[in-house]
Design a protein around this ligand. Structure first.
Ligand code: 5GP
Ligand code: 5GP
Length: 215
């Protein structure tokens, strides 16, 4: 049945850096992407397309309707590559499952198929890995980069301010935000935004890395 939940305000495309996530998990498991080939992917992959409220909270698990794998069978290859599961633990019905956020996106997004298709399309349109690469921020286990420079590179490319999450001195996630029609917007909801604010709110030190995980 439908739950009566207030419609969200905007979308957050949460990208994750697999090298950082995989470093923190103890082992490879057959179903995760940490061990694909011998390395984790060296590009940002999709963690989720998340509907959010402007007040910093978010809805989750908005309907009990089941996730139907058949609806996205034509997207499976793209999802495995670009929206992979990095965790080894089995998702429960909602938590850890891809439907956790998807079900809160309706009816702004029409259905399950379009939710995943939209996530992939937005991911390809706003290629963060490429933008950082072109600015000289390349995957490395030895180099460290200024967080301010990374944020500037995204601002210059997409004219919006992302948010960024670190684990120790490694980038863990980078978030891009969008209005409900998928025009880009800043992730912070305050009106005056500068790099100092973004970096001080983030869990990141001044210099961060994009590590390469070798299993
Ligand atoms: P974490 O503890 O890793 O920051 O977040 C755990 C989970 O909470 C995420 O995987 C995601 O499902 C949800 N979550 C965390 N931050 C946000 C957010 O800003 N927006 C939404 N919609 N979900 C979030
Ligand atoms: P949720 O699955 O509720 O969105 O996130 C809960 C927790 O599951 C996350 O904070 C994270 O520790 C773990 N998790 C499960 N799958 C993934 C994944 O593919 N990427 C990341 N970053 N975390 C995951």
């Amino acid at each position: 049945g439908e739950l009566n939940i207030r419609e969200f305000d905007y979308f957050k495309l949460a990208l994750q850096w697999p090298g950082t996530f995989c470093k923190s998990t103890r082992h490879c498991c057959s179903k995760n992407a940490c061990c694909r080939g011998s390395n984790a992917p060296t590009e940002f992959t999709i963690h989720g397309l998340w509907p959010d409220y402007n007040d910093g909270t978010w809805p989750s698990c908005c309907s009990r309707s089941d996730f139907d794998p058949k609806e996205i069978s034509t997207l499976v290859d793209g999802l495995e590559k670009y929206w992979p599961t990095l965790s080894c633990s089995s998702p429960s019905k909602c938590h850890g499952g891809r439907e956790k956020h998807g079900t809160c996106s309706y009816p702004v997004i029409r259905d399950e198929y379009h939710y995943f298709l939209t996530g992939l399309n937005v991911y390809f349109k706003y290629n963060v890995t490429r933008v950082l690469y072109e600015a000289g921020y390349v995957p490395s286990n030895t180099e460290k980069y200024p967080v301010g420079g990374i944020i500037s590179a995204i601002q210059n490319a997409f004219h919006i301010t992302p948010s960024i999450v670190c684990s120790k001195d490694s980038i863990k996630e980078l978030h891009l935000c969008f209005y409900k029609d998928f025009t880009p917007r800043d992730c912070a909801t305050v009106s005056s935004i500068n790099i100092e604010m973004v970096t001080s709110k983030a869990s990141c030190p001044k210099y961060v890395s994009l590590p390469i995980h070798v299993s």
